[in-house]
Design a binder for this molecule. Structure first.
Ligand code: NDP
Ligand code: 2IT
Length: 440
C-alpha cells in the first residue's frame, strides 16, 4: 500500500478503492505463493493504460471551450475493457482510476467475459443546450474512437451520460469509422440498444438486497427504504422497491434531499423521472409539487429512520457518522447502487455492526451485466425479449450473491461479509487469468 501511495500522489479516491480491496485480499492470498510471485495485486492496481486528451468545443455564444477527457483501461484479462463514461465537473484522473479498478472486480463477479475500464470528462452537462452537449460529445468521441472498439473497449453511461449522450457519441463513432458496431452500450432501442438496460442497475441493486434478506428469512415487503440520488439508478431502485411492497421515502441531488413519509409511489416517481430527465429539474421541486414532502437543503438522507438504505448518487456520500446513525435508527441492510458511496470509516462500522451490507461492486453490477447482454445481442445481430432479459437480470444478481457466499462466510457464525466475499470472488477469476498469461 505504501508503494501504491507513492506511485499515485494526489489520488485519494484511487488509493481508497485499492485499500478497501487489499484489506481483504492480503488476508486471503497470504498462503497463495503464486499470487505473490507474480505480483498479481500490484499489477491489477496499475492500470494497463490511462489515456488523457484535450476536448475542444464551441458553446452557443461561439466561445471556444476546452475540457479534458480520459479513458482508463484497467484490465482486459478476462474480456475486452468495459465500463461507463462520466461527465461531471468534479471528474479527475483519481476518480476514473478508482472506478476502472472497481469495475474490474465488478465485471468479473458478473461471470461474463468483460474487463474493467472507465472514462469521462470534467465537462458539466448541467445548464448546457442540447446542441452544446452534442458538439461536446462529438468532439469527445473524435479522440476516443482511436482507443475503443467492439472487441477492444466498450464504453457505456454513468453520471451525466445517459441515452442522449450515448446517441451523440455512437452517431459520431459511426460517422468517423463508417462502421455500425456494438462499440457502446446503453444505446437507443432503434440502433442496437437492449431492453431492460435502463432499469438494470437500480432493479439489480434491489434484487441483490432481496437475495440477502431472503437468505435470512426476511423480505422487502413492508420495509421503509431511504434512497439517495434521483438519476437513473435511484429512480429505478425506487421503482423496484415499490413493486416489491417496500416504501421508498427519500430522494436527493447535490443540493439536498426530499423526505416523503407517505412514500414515493408510481405517480410521484413518474413525475420525478420526467422532471429530472426532460426538464433537468432539481429534486427540491418535488416538495413544491407534493405537499406531504419536505426538502432539506444541503443535507443527505441518512438521518431519516429506515429499515434499509440504497445509496445511489455518488462516491463517499456515507461517512462513519452517517453509518452509525443509520444503524442506530434501525437500518438492517444497505445495498449500494452507486460506486464506493461509503467511505472506509463507514464500511468498517457496517462490518462491525454485522448488518447486511452489499458493496457497489456486487449490488450495482446489474447495469454492466445488461451491457454484457447488449454486446451479445449486437454480436448475434438479434434482440432478446423483455421477459427473457428481466429473468437474465434476476439470475445474474442471484449468481453474484451466491459467489459472495463462497468467500464471505464468517467462521463460526451464519453471517456473510459481502464485501470480503465480493472482493475475493472478483479477484480470483482475474488473478487466475493473469497467471495463465505469465508476465505480460
Ligand atoms: P445520473 O447522472 O443519472 O444521476 C446522478 C445522481 O447523483 C443525480 O441525482 C445527481 O444529482 C447525484 N449526484 C451526482 N454527483 C453528486 C454529488 N457530488 N453529490 C451529491 N449528489 C450527486 O447517474 P446514475 O444514476 O447513472 O449514477 C449514480 C451512481 O450509480 C454513480 O455512482 C454511478 O457510478 C453508479 N452506477 C451507475 C450505473 C449505470 O448503469 N448508470 C451502473 C453502476 C453504477 P445532481 O443532478 O445534483 O448532480
Ligand atoms: O459503474 C458501472 O458499472 C457503469 N456505469 C455501467 C458500465 C457499463 O459498461 O454498462
Amino acid at each position: 500500500m505504501e508503494g501504491v501511495g507513492k506511485r499515485n500522489p494526489g489520488q485519494p479516491e484511487f488509493l481508497q478503492a485499492v485499500r478497501e480491496v487489499a484489506e481483504d485480499i492480503f488476508d486471503y492470498i497470504i498462503h497463495k505463493k503464486e499470487y505473490h510471485e507474480y505480483q498479481i495485486l500490484r499489477r491489477i492496481a496499475e492500470p494497463d493504460r490511462v489515456v488523457s486528451f484535450r476536448v475542444c468545443w464551441e458553446d452557443d455564444n461561439n466561445n471556444i471551450r476546452v475540457q479534458r477527457g480520459w479513458r482508463v483501461q484497467n484490465s482486459n484479462a478476462i474480456g475486452p475493457y468495459k465500463g461507463g463514461i462520466r461527465f461531471h465537473p468534479g471528474v479527475t484522473e483519481s476518480i476514473l482510476k478508482f472506478l476502472a479498478f472497481e469495475q474490474t472486480f465488478k465485471n468479473s463477479l458478473t461471470g461474463l467475459p468483460m474487463g474493467g475500464a472507465k472514462g469521462g470528462s470534467n465537462f458539466n452537462p448541467k445548464g448546457k443546450s442540447d446542441h452544446e452537449v452534442m458538439r461536446f460529445c462529438q468532439s469527445f468521441m473524435t479522440e476516443l474512437y482511436r482507443h475503443v472498439g467492439e472487441n477492444i473497449d466498450i464504453p457505456a453511461g454513468d453520471i451525466g451520460v445517459g441515452a442522449r449522450e450515448i446517441g451523440y457519441m455512437f452517431g459520431q463513432h459511426k460517422r468517423i469509422t463508417n462502421r455500425f458496431t456494438g462499440v457502446l452500450t446503453g444505446k437507443g432501442l432503434e440502433y442496437g440498444g437492449s431492453l431492460v438496460r435502463t432499469e438494470a442497475t437500480g432493479y439489480g441493486a434491489v434484487y441483490f438486497a432481496q437475495n440477502m434478506l431472503s437468505r435470512v428469512g426476511n423480505a422487502i415487503d413492508g420495509k421503509v427504504c431511504v434512497v439517495s440520488g434521483s438519476g437513473n439508478v435511484a429512480t429505478h431502485a425506487v421503482e423496484k422497491i415499490t413493486q416489491l411492497g417496500g416504501k421508498a421515502v427519500t430522494l436527493s441531488d447535490s443540493l439536498g434531499f426530499i423526505h416523503d413519509p407517505d412514500g414515493i409511489d408510481e405517480e410521484k416517481l413518474h413525475w420525478t423521472k420526467e422532471h429530472k430527465t426532460r426538464n433537468h429539474g432539481r429534486i427540491s421541486e418535488y416538495a413544491d409539487r407534493f405537499p406531504g414532502a419536505t426538502f432539506y437543503e444541503g443535507q443527505r438522507p441518512w438521518s431519516v429512520p429506515c429499515d434499509m438504505a440504497f445509496p445511489c448518487a455518488t462516491e463517499n456520500e456515507i461517512n462513519g457518522t452517517d453509518a452509525r446513525r443509520l444503524v442506530q435508527n434501525g437500518c438492517i441492510a444497505v445495498a449500494e447502487g452507486a460506486n464506493m458511496p461509503t467511505n472506509l470509516d463507514g464500511i468498517h462500522f457496517f462490518r462491525g455492526a454485522r448488518i447486511l451490507y452489499a458493496p457497489g461492486k456486487a449490488a450495482n453490477a446489474g447495469g454492466v451485466a445488461l451491457s454484457g447482454f447488449e454486446m451479445s445481442q449486437n454480436s448475434a445481430r438479434l434482440s432478446w425479449s423483455e421477459d427473457e432479459l428481466q429473468e437474465h437480470l434476476k439470475t445474474v444478481m442471484r449468481g453474484i450473491h451466491d459467489r459472495c457466499l463462497e468467500h464471505g462466510g464468517l467462521a463460526g457464525t451464519d453471517h456473510i461479509d459481502y464485501i470480503r466475499g465480493s472482493n475475493i470472488a472478483g479477484f480470483v477469476k482475474v488473478a487466475n487469468a493473469m497467471l495463465a498469461y505469465g508476465v505480460v
